[in-house]
Design a protein around this ligand. Structure first.
Ligand code: GDP
Length: 405
Protein backbone atom coordinates (compact mmCIF):
# COMPACT_ATOMS: atom_id res chain seq x y z
CA UNK A 1 0.00 0.00 0.00
CA UNK A 2 2.71 2.38 1.05
CA UNK A 3 4.52 1.60 -2.12
CA UNK A 4 1.41 2.36 -4.18
CA UNK A 5 0.97 5.71 -2.39
CA UNK A 6 4.64 6.54 -2.99
CA UNK A 7 4.34 5.73 -6.70
CA UNK A 8 1.23 7.88 -7.00
CA UNK A 9 2.96 10.81 -5.23
CA UNK A 10 6.01 10.53 -7.48
CA UNK A 11 3.77 10.41 -10.56
CA UNK A 12 1.84 13.50 -9.46
CA UNK A 13 5.04 15.44 -8.72
CA UNK A 14 6.55 14.42 -12.06
CA UNK A 15 3.41 15.47 -13.95
CA UNK A 16 3.35 18.82 -12.18
CA UNK A 17 7.02 19.42 -13.04
CA UNK A 18 6.51 18.54 -16.69
CA UNK A 19 3.44 20.75 -17.11
CA UNK A 20 5.30 23.61 -15.34
CA UNK A 21 8.15 23.35 -17.80
CA UNK A 22 5.79 23.34 -20.75
CA UNK A 23 3.93 26.39 -19.47
CA UNK A 24 7.10 28.38 -18.78
CA UNK A 25 8.45 27.32 -22.17
CA UNK A 26 5.28 28.62 -23.77
CA UNK A 27 5.56 31.82 -21.85
CA UNK A 28 9.11 32.30 -23.11
CA UNK A 29 8.05 31.53 -26.65
CA UNK A 30 5.16 33.93 -26.39
CA UNK A 31 7.38 36.69 -25.01
CA UNK A 32 10.23 36.20 -27.46
CA UNK A 33 8.73 37.43 -30.74
CA UNK A 34 7.87 40.87 -29.39
CA UNK A 35 11.40 41.91 -28.54
CA UNK A 36 13.28 40.95 -31.67
CA UNK A 37 10.47 42.09 -33.92
CA UNK A 38 10.48 45.59 -32.54
CA UNK A 39 14.30 45.70 -32.68
CA UNK A 40 14.20 44.59 -36.30
CA UNK A 41 11.78 47.30 -37.21
CA UNK A 42 14.00 50.02 -35.88
CA UNK A 43 17.43 48.81 -36.79
CA UNK A 44 17.37 46.69 -39.88
CA UNK A 45 14.76 48.07 -42.24
CA UNK A 46 16.97 49.90 -44.74
CA UNK A 47 15.72 53.09 -46.33
CA UNK A 48 15.38 53.14 -50.11
CA UNK A 49 18.31 55.54 -50.34
CA UNK A 50 20.98 56.41 -47.82
CA UNK A 51 20.19 59.58 -45.96
CA UNK A 52 22.54 62.13 -44.55
CA UNK A 53 24.38 60.56 -41.67
CA UNK A 54 23.69 57.05 -42.82
CA UNK A 55 25.75 54.74 -44.96
CA UNK A 56 24.57 52.77 -47.97
CA UNK A 57 23.25 50.06 -45.67
CA UNK A 58 21.15 52.55 -43.82
CA UNK A 59 22.95 52.28 -40.52
CA UNK A 60 23.32 55.49 -38.55
CA UNK A 61 26.66 57.20 -38.76
CA UNK A 62 27.76 56.37 -35.23
CA UNK A 63 27.28 52.63 -35.73
CA UNK A 64 28.90 52.40 -39.08
CA UNK A 65 32.63 52.58 -38.77
CA UNK A 66 35.08 50.34 -37.13
CA UNK A 67 37.23 51.71 -34.38
CA UNK A 68 40.27 51.69 -36.65
CA UNK A 69 38.45 53.72 -39.27
CA UNK A 70 37.15 56.24 -36.80
CA UNK A 71 40.53 56.41 -35.13
CA UNK A 72 39.13 56.31 -31.59
CA UNK A 73 41.25 54.90 -28.82
CA UNK A 74 40.11 51.33 -28.14
CA UNK A 75 38.89 52.16 -24.68
CA UNK A 76 36.37 54.70 -25.90
CA UNK A 77 34.39 52.53 -28.26
CA UNK A 78 32.67 50.13 -25.87
CA UNK A 79 31.95 52.96 -23.43
CA UNK A 80 30.26 54.98 -26.16
CA UNK A 81 28.17 51.99 -27.15
CA UNK A 82 27.17 51.21 -23.61
CA UNK A 83 26.15 54.78 -22.89
CA UNK A 84 24.15 55.31 -26.06
CA UNK A 85 20.73 56.46 -24.94
CA UNK A 86 17.80 54.42 -26.28
CA UNK A 87 15.88 57.38 -27.66
CA UNK A 88 17.46 60.82 -27.29
CA UNK A 89 14.90 63.58 -27.27
CA UNK A 90 17.11 66.05 -29.15
CA UNK A 91 19.82 65.15 -31.69
CA UNK A 92 23.07 65.65 -29.87
CA UNK A 93 25.68 67.94 -31.32
CA UNK A 94 28.51 65.75 -32.51
CA UNK A 95 32.21 66.30 -32.19
CA UNK A 96 33.67 65.71 -35.66
CA UNK A 97 37.07 64.19 -36.12
CA UNK A 98 40.05 66.45 -36.71
CA UNK A 99 40.82 66.70 -40.41
CA UNK A 100 44.61 66.37 -40.19
CA UNK A 101 45.90 63.08 -41.48
CA UNK A 102 42.54 61.92 -42.76
CA UNK A 103 43.89 61.03 -46.17
CA UNK A 104 46.37 58.68 -44.56
CA UNK A 105 43.63 57.13 -42.47
CA UNK A 106 41.49 56.69 -45.56
CA UNK A 107 44.42 55.45 -47.59
CA UNK A 108 43.25 51.84 -47.60
CA UNK A 109 40.02 52.95 -49.23
CA UNK A 110 41.86 55.18 -51.62
CA UNK A 111 44.40 52.59 -52.65
CA UNK A 112 41.70 49.96 -53.12
CA UNK A 113 40.16 52.13 -55.76
CA UNK A 114 43.42 53.26 -57.29
CA UNK A 115 45.46 50.10 -57.54
CA UNK A 116 45.01 49.56 -61.23
CA UNK A 117 47.13 52.62 -62.03
CA UNK A 118 50.16 52.21 -59.75
CA UNK A 119 50.33 48.44 -59.92
CA UNK A 120 49.81 48.44 -63.67
CA UNK A 121 52.61 50.94 -64.24
CA UNK A 122 55.05 49.10 -61.99
CA UNK A 123 54.34 45.80 -63.69
CA UNK A 124 54.98 47.31 -67.11
CA UNK A 125 58.14 49.11 -66.01
CA UNK A 126 59.50 45.87 -64.56
CA UNK A 127 59.48 44.09 -67.92
CA UNK A 128 62.87 42.94 -69.04
CA UNK A 129 62.67 44.72 -72.37
CA UNK A 130 61.08 48.12 -72.39
CA UNK A 131 60.30 48.22 -76.10
CA UNK A 132 58.04 50.65 -77.96
CA UNK A 133 55.00 48.46 -77.37
CA UNK A 134 55.57 48.54 -73.63
CA UNK A 135 55.93 52.32 -73.60
CA UNK A 136 52.70 52.53 -75.52
CA UNK A 137 51.04 50.33 -72.93
CA UNK A 138 52.37 52.61 -70.19
CA UNK A 139 50.90 55.56 -72.05
CA UNK A 140 47.56 53.80 -72.44
CA UNK A 141 47.47 52.93 -68.75
CA UNK A 142 47.94 56.60 -67.84
CA UNK A 143 45.35 57.77 -70.35
CA UNK A 144 42.86 55.18 -69.13
CA UNK A 145 43.31 56.55 -65.61
CA UNK A 146 42.27 60.02 -66.86
CA UNK A 147 45.71 61.59 -66.40
CA UNK A 148 45.19 63.57 -69.62
CA UNK A 149 47.18 63.63 -72.85
CA UNK A 150 49.78 66.30 -72.14
CA UNK A 151 50.65 65.15 -68.60
CA UNK A 152 50.82 61.54 -69.84
CA UNK A 153 53.31 62.44 -72.55
CA UNK A 154 55.41 64.43 -70.11
CA UNK A 155 55.51 61.59 -67.64
CA UNK A 156 56.36 58.95 -70.24
CA UNK A 157 59.18 61.11 -71.57
CA UNK A 158 60.62 61.61 -68.10
CA UNK A 159 60.34 57.92 -67.30
CA UNK A 160 62.05 56.93 -70.54
CA UNK A 161 64.97 59.23 -69.82
CA UNK A 162 65.38 58.13 -66.25
CA UNK A 163 65.03 54.41 -66.96
CA UNK A 164 67.74 54.74 -69.60
CA UNK A 165 70.09 56.36 -67.10
CA UNK A 166 69.25 53.76 -64.50
CA UNK A 167 70.40 50.77 -66.57
CA UNK A 168 69.43 47.86 -64.37
CA UNK A 169 66.09 48.33 -62.66
CA UNK A 170 65.40 46.87 -59.26
CA UNK A 171 61.77 46.94 -58.10
CA UNK A 172 62.68 49.36 -55.32
CA UNK A 173 64.40 51.73 -57.74
CA UNK A 174 61.42 51.67 -60.08
CA UNK A 175 59.03 52.29 -57.25
CA UNK A 176 61.04 55.27 -56.01
CA UNK A 177 61.36 56.67 -59.49
CA UNK A 178 57.65 56.37 -60.22
CA UNK A 179 56.77 57.89 -56.86
CA UNK A 180 58.99 60.88 -57.55
CA UNK A 181 57.66 61.47 -61.05
CA UNK A 182 54.01 61.07 -60.11
CA UNK A 183 54.52 63.48 -57.23
CA UNK A 184 56.02 66.06 -59.59
CA UNK A 185 52.99 65.63 -61.84
CA UNK A 186 50.50 66.06 -58.97
CA UNK A 187 52.32 69.17 -57.76
CA UNK A 188 53.73 68.85 -54.26
CA UNK A 189 54.18 72.59 -53.81
CA UNK A 190 50.76 73.98 -54.73
CA UNK A 191 48.94 75.95 -52.04
CA UNK A 192 46.09 73.68 -51.02
CA UNK A 193 44.85 75.71 -48.07
CA UNK A 194 41.09 76.23 -48.08
CA UNK A 195 40.92 79.97 -47.49
CA UNK A 196 38.29 80.45 -44.84
CA UNK A 197 39.85 83.51 -43.24
CA UNK A 198 38.74 86.98 -44.17
CA UNK A 199 41.33 88.75 -46.22
CA UNK A 200 42.45 92.00 -44.60
CA UNK A 201 41.07 93.28 -41.32
CA UNK A 202 37.42 93.19 -42.39
CA UNK A 203 34.96 92.64 -39.60
CA UNK A 204 33.03 89.80 -41.20
CA UNK A 205 33.34 86.05 -41.62
CA UNK A 206 35.39 84.33 -44.27
CA UNK A 207 33.08 83.42 -47.16
CA UNK A 208 33.30 80.18 -49.13
CA UNK A 209 31.12 79.56 -52.19
CA UNK A 210 30.59 75.91 -53.09
CA UNK A 211 29.68 75.42 -56.76
CA UNK A 212 29.24 72.43 -59.04
CA UNK A 213 26.73 70.43 -61.02
CA UNK A 214 23.91 68.85 -58.99
CA UNK A 215 24.64 65.27 -58.09
CA UNK A 216 28.40 65.75 -57.79
CA UNK A 217 28.14 65.83 -54.00
CA UNK A 218 28.01 69.59 -53.52
CA UNK A 219 25.61 69.73 -50.57
CA UNK A 220 27.24 66.74 -48.92
CA UNK A 221 30.64 68.38 -49.34
CA UNK A 222 29.39 71.65 -47.85
CA UNK A 223 28.10 69.69 -44.85
CA UNK A 224 31.32 67.72 -44.49
CA UNK A 225 33.38 70.90 -44.78
CA UNK A 226 31.33 72.48 -42.01
CA UNK A 227 32.34 69.53 -39.85
CA UNK A 228 36.01 69.96 -40.75
CA UNK A 229 35.85 73.62 -39.77
CA UNK A 230 33.97 72.95 -36.54
CA UNK A 231 36.54 70.27 -35.73
CA UNK A 232 39.20 72.93 -36.21
CA UNK A 233 37.40 75.08 -33.64
CA UNK A 234 35.65 77.53 -36.01
CA UNK A 235 32.11 78.83 -35.75
CA UNK A 236 30.21 78.26 -38.99
CA UNK A 237 27.00 79.53 -40.60
CA UNK A 238 25.60 77.70 -43.62
CA UNK A 239 23.76 79.35 -46.52
CA UNK A 240 21.30 77.11 -48.40
CA UNK A 241 21.37 78.96 -51.70
CA UNK A 242 20.48 75.84 -53.70
CA UNK A 243 16.82 76.84 -53.64
CA UNK A 244 15.93 74.83 -56.72
CA UNK A 245 16.41 71.34 -55.35
CA UNK A 246 13.63 70.97 -52.81
CA UNK A 247 15.56 68.70 -50.44
CA UNK A 248 18.88 70.56 -50.58
CA UNK A 249 18.10 73.05 -47.81
CA UNK A 250 16.79 70.33 -45.48
CA UNK A 251 19.82 68.20 -46.24
CA UNK A 252 22.18 71.07 -45.45
CA UNK A 253 20.31 72.00 -42.30
CA UNK A 254 20.60 68.42 -41.03
CA UNK A 255 24.36 68.54 -41.58
CA UNK A 256 24.51 71.86 -39.75
CA UNK A 257 22.43 70.71 -36.79
CA UNK A 258 24.71 67.77 -36.24
CA UNK A 259 27.60 70.09 -35.46
CA UNK A 260 25.62 73.00 -34.04
CA UNK A 261 25.92 75.27 -37.11
CA UNK A 262 22.99 77.47 -38.08
CA UNK A 263 21.57 77.24 -41.61
CA UNK A 264 20.15 80.32 -43.31
CA UNK A 265 17.52 79.37 -45.86
CA UNK A 266 14.94 81.10 -48.02
CA UNK A 267 11.61 80.14 -49.53
CA UNK A 268 11.61 77.19 -51.94
CA UNK A 269 12.48 78.35 -55.46
CA UNK A 270 13.35 81.74 -53.97
CA UNK A 271 16.23 83.93 -55.08
CA UNK A 272 19.53 82.14 -54.37
CA UNK A 273 21.44 85.43 -54.30
CA UNK A 274 19.28 86.83 -51.53
CA UNK A 275 19.76 83.69 -49.42
CA UNK A 276 23.51 83.97 -49.94
CA UNK A 277 23.42 87.65 -48.99
CA UNK A 278 21.40 86.91 -45.84
CA UNK A 279 23.74 84.11 -44.85
CA UNK A 280 26.74 86.45 -44.89
CA UNK A 281 24.75 89.18 -43.12
CA UNK A 282 23.54 86.85 -40.38
CA UNK A 283 26.96 85.26 -40.12
CA UNK A 284 28.46 88.71 -39.58
CA UNK A 285 25.84 89.67 -37.00
CA UNK A 286 26.35 86.42 -35.14
CA UNK A 287 30.12 86.91 -35.14
CA UNK A 288 30.67 83.65 -37.03
CA UNK A 289 34.12 82.95 -38.45
CA UNK A 290 33.09 81.24 -41.68
CA UNK A 291 30.03 81.28 -43.92
CA UNK A 292 29.70 78.34 -46.33
CA UNK A 293 27.27 78.86 -49.19
CA UNK A 294 25.85 75.89 -51.09
CA UNK A 295 24.68 76.96 -54.56
CA UNK A 296 22.48 75.42 -57.23
CA UNK A 297 24.25 73.73 -60.14
CA UNK A 298 21.73 73.30 -62.87
CA UNK A 299 23.62 73.11 -66.12
CA UNK A 300 20.47 73.71 -68.17
CA UNK A 301 22.06 76.48 -70.18
CA UNK A 302 25.36 78.13 -69.72
CA UNK A 303 23.72 81.55 -69.76
CA UNK A 304 21.29 80.53 -67.02
CA UNK A 305 24.12 79.24 -64.87
CA UNK A 306 26.22 82.30 -65.56
CA UNK A 307 23.38 84.63 -64.61
CA UNK A 308 22.58 82.77 -61.44
CA UNK A 309 26.05 82.09 -60.09
CA UNK A 310 27.39 85.43 -61.26
CA UNK A 311 24.56 87.14 -59.39
CA UNK A 312 25.15 85.14 -56.20
CA UNK A 313 28.80 86.15 -56.21
CA UNK A 314 28.11 89.80 -57.03
CA UNK A 315 25.46 90.13 -54.35
CA UNK A 316 27.62 88.45 -51.71
CA UNK A 317 30.51 90.73 -52.65
CA UNK A 318 28.47 93.77 -51.69
CA UNK A 319 29.54 92.82 -48.16
CA UNK A 320 33.15 92.03 -49.05
CA UNK A 321 35.13 89.68 -51.30
CA UNK A 322 34.47 85.95 -51.46
CA UNK A 323 37.52 84.23 -49.96
CA UNK A 324 37.27 80.82 -51.61
CA UNK A 325 35.27 79.41 -54.53
CA UNK A 326 35.33 75.62 -54.40
CA UNK A 327 34.29 73.66 -57.47
CA UNK A 328 32.93 70.22 -56.62
CA UNK A 329 33.61 67.57 -59.27
CA UNK A 330 32.64 63.92 -59.29
CA UNK A 331 35.84 61.95 -59.95
CA UNK A 332 33.89 59.13 -61.56
CA UNK A 333 32.69 61.31 -64.42
CA UNK A 334 36.13 61.62 -66.07
CA UNK A 335 36.11 63.74 -69.20
CA UNK A 336 32.57 64.97 -68.48
CA UNK A 337 33.85 66.40 -65.24
CA UNK A 338 36.49 68.33 -67.16
CA UNK A 339 33.86 69.79 -69.47
CA UNK A 340 31.83 70.91 -66.43
CA UNK A 341 34.93 72.37 -64.85
CA UNK A 342 35.59 74.46 -67.92
CA UNK A 343 32.04 75.87 -67.95
CA UNK A 344 32.16 76.81 -64.27
CA UNK A 345 35.58 78.36 -64.61
CA UNK A 346 34.16 80.69 -67.24
CA UNK A 347 31.40 81.79 -64.88
CA UNK A 348 33.27 82.28 -61.59
CA UNK A 349 36.90 82.40 -60.54
CA UNK A 350 37.46 78.96 -59.10
CA UNK A 351 40.11 78.97 -56.38
CA UNK A 352 40.05 75.31 -55.38
CA UNK A 353 38.72 71.94 -56.49
CA UNK A 354 36.98 69.29 -54.40
CA UNK A 355 37.13 65.90 -56.05
CA UNK A 356 34.35 63.70 -54.68
CA UNK A 357 33.76 59.94 -54.96
CA UNK A 358 37.42 59.17 -55.37
CA UNK A 359 36.60 56.01 -53.43
CA UNK A 360 34.55 54.79 -56.37
CA UNK A 361 37.00 55.09 -59.23
CA UNK A 362 40.31 53.68 -60.34
CA UNK A 363 40.82 56.83 -62.39
CA UNK A 364 42.75 58.90 -59.88
CA UNK A 365 44.59 60.58 -62.75
CA UNK A 366 41.71 63.06 -62.91
CA UNK A 367 43.48 64.93 -60.10
CA UNK A 368 46.30 65.78 -62.50
CA UNK A 369 44.04 66.47 -65.47
CA UNK A 370 41.68 68.84 -63.70
CA UNK A 371 44.47 70.82 -62.08
CA UNK A 372 46.06 71.29 -65.50
CA UNK A 373 42.74 72.20 -67.06
CA UNK A 374 41.91 74.93 -64.57
CA UNK A 375 45.31 75.86 -63.22
CA UNK A 376 43.78 75.47 -59.75
CA UNK A 377 44.79 72.91 -57.10
CA UNK A 378 42.67 70.04 -55.78
CA UNK A 379 42.23 71.03 -52.14
CA UNK A 380 39.88 68.40 -50.75
CA UNK A 381 38.86 64.89 -51.72
CA UNK A 382 35.74 62.90 -50.92
CA UNK A 383 36.42 59.29 -50.06
CA UNK A 384 33.02 57.99 -49.05
CA UNK A 385 29.55 58.85 -47.91
CA UNK A 386 30.42 59.01 -44.22
CA UNK A 387 30.26 62.37 -42.47
CA UNK A 388 34.01 62.55 -41.96
CA UNK A 389 35.05 61.10 -45.32
CA UNK A 390 36.30 64.43 -46.65
CA UNK A 391 40.06 64.84 -46.47
CA UNK A 392 42.51 67.61 -47.21
CA UNK A 393 44.34 66.53 -50.36
CA UNK A 394 47.91 65.55 -49.61
CA UNK A 395 50.00 64.81 -52.72
CA UNK A 396 52.42 62.51 -50.88
CA UNK A 397 49.71 60.31 -49.37
CA UNK A 398 47.85 60.25 -52.67
CA UNK A 399 50.88 59.10 -54.66
CA UNK A 400 51.72 56.49 -52.02
CA UNK A 401 48.18 55.17 -52.41
CA UNK A 402 48.57 55.07 -56.19
CA UNK A 403 51.77 53.08 -55.97
CA UNK A 404 51.21 50.82 -53.00
CA UNK A 405 47.58 50.06 -53.75
P1 GDP B 1 24.51 67.69 -54.93
O1 GDP B 1 23.28 67.57 -55.77
O2 GDP B 1 25.70 68.01 -55.75
O3 GDP B 1 24.33 68.60 -53.77
O4 GDP B 1 24.81 66.20 -54.38
P2 GDP B 1 24.64 65.56 -52.94
O5 GDP B 1 25.49 66.28 -51.95
O6 GDP B 1 23.20 65.42 -52.62
O7 GDP B 1 25.33 64.12 -53.16
C1 GDP B 1 24.90 63.20 -54.13
C2 GDP B 1 25.28 61.79 -53.68
O8 GDP B 1 26.69 61.62 -53.73
C3 GDP B 1 24.89 61.47 -52.25
O9 GDP B 1 24.36 60.17 -52.20
C4 GDP B 1 26.20 61.52 -51.49
O10 GDP B 1 26.21 60.72 -50.34
C5 GDP B 1 27.17 61.02 -52.54
N1 GDP B 1 28.56 61.42 -52.27
C6 GDP B 1 29.04 62.67 -52.06
N2 GDP B 1 30.38 62.64 -51.88
C7 GDP B 1 30.77 61.35 -51.98
C8 GDP B 1 32.06 60.66 -51.89
O11 GDP B 1 33.12 61.24 -51.70
N3 GDP B 1 32.04 59.31 -52.07
C9 GDP B 1 30.89 58.63 -52.29
N4 GDP B 1 30.98 57.31 -52.47
N5 GDP B 1 29.68 59.23 -52.39
C10 GDP B 1 29.61 60.57 -52.23
Amino acid sequence: MEIVILVVVIAVVALAAISGLVVSGRKKKAARPEQPESATETTTAPPAEPHVGEDAEGRPEGERRTIEEVGLPDAEAPAAEAEAPAAPAEPEVETPEPSAGRLVRLRARLSRSQNSLGKGLLTLLSREHLDEDTWEEIEDTLLAADVGVAPTQELVERLRERVKVLGTRTPDELRALLREELLTLVGPDLDRTVHTETRGAVDRPGVVLVVGVNGTGKTTTTGKLARVLVADGKSVVLGAADTFRAAAADQLQTWGERVGARTVRGPEAGDPASVAFDAVKQGTEAGAEVVLIDTAGRLHTKTGLMDELGKVKRVVEKQGPVDEVLLVLDATTGQNGLVQARVFAEVVDITGIVLTKLDGTAKGGIVVAVQRELGVPVKLVGLGEGADDLAPFEPQAFVEALIDG
